[in-house]
Design a protein around this ligand. Sequence first.
Ligand code: UD1
Length: 388
Amino acid sequence: MKINIHLVAGARPNFIKIAPLYHALKREDWADTRIVHTGQHYDYNMSKAFFDDLNLPEPDFHLNAGSGTHAEQTGQVMIAYETVLLKEQPNLVVVVGDVNSTMATTIAAAKISCPPNQEPQSTSHPYGRRPFIAHLEAGLRSFDRSMPEEINRIVTDALADILWTPSSDADENLINEGISSKKIFRVGNIMIDSLEMIRDRIEEHEAFKDYGLIAGEYGVITLHRPSNVDSPNTLNKICEALINLSEKLSLIFPVHPRTMKFLKSNGLYDRIGEVPNLIVTEPLHYIPFMNLVFNARMIVTDSGGLQEESTYLGIPCLTLRPNTERPVTINEGTNRLCNEDGLESAAHEILEGKTGVGQIPEFWDGRTAGRVVQTLVRCFDNPGLDNG
Ligand code: UD1
């Protein structure tokens, strides 16, 4: 029999993470893979553009959850996904990353039960008639529970049956939380698979030239965390530091919708818009954005994914956060934490060449999706050989 798999994605980084896994599972004749789009991100350039760039088909299920408070968004996803779960009865729900959609679909799947008149399938979960839940990018911890993502990570990992981790620190975090080592599989970093999957198209794109930038002579900025953009004082200090830095280095800043809202409401959008060496754009599609990253001198960000991508590419990265759930990017890679007050001096140190050379962490090699598929073959005891 086939294993009926739901691949859940809700927000921009999720679309990047499911793509290599979707393509790997599509090659397996035992896997019947469907994409569930929760609708957390819905603008064209935050969602559909990523499906197009990563060769993903139209999702099989749209939950249309949209924006809201944390409880509203989580609740909307849970309610909508419960209906899909009851109808479709997947054997396996795969969730990725740490966004609200990740936690919401995990909770819905963990508490679902088939209607009594339906026979459980041979691949049903031993705890009851519910699907297995697998979390890709499990075990990451910032140890900062003021971050909504940290809550999402803890809840998701506590409920998942299969935990696919990117690095050894993630394995240790899970063990320390009492999770059985039998459930933990170190598979590496799926974001690197996404990048390698379409490296040729990224390199050919040359988006940096479209913006009049010179390879190796500009910085890429991304910001969206509430801790950086929701506070007018912090956002103002970051903008001032970027304006000063732009006198030494051209900068390009694709602005996330949340950040755009706060830049405009604080009068900062017009202020940075008139700085000659600071290019402000809409959020970019995956391929042009990665082309900008490939050719950048440095990255300034609060994104999780960019900390990893810059480490893989050996590009210095300044992360505007007090902590990171991705310590391997600091211990082994090119990442460094800083705050709004230290941003300018840290950036100048990079320009002066005062940065170490990083190394690529183990299993960040573009083969993570293949390792994920292998663990599934083992967990489901050679699916495809099972006749039901
Ligand atoms: C979410 C994730 C964050 C992830 C980020 C990637 C949570 C708690 N946060 O943050 O971990 O790093 O995605 O981008 O899950 N909006 C639009 N159009 C869209 C989507 C959002 O305009 O397509 C606006 C809405 O006004 C919304 C706001 O952006 O209220 C924030 O969106 P939301 O999904 O709640 O959180 P992000 O800040 O994007």
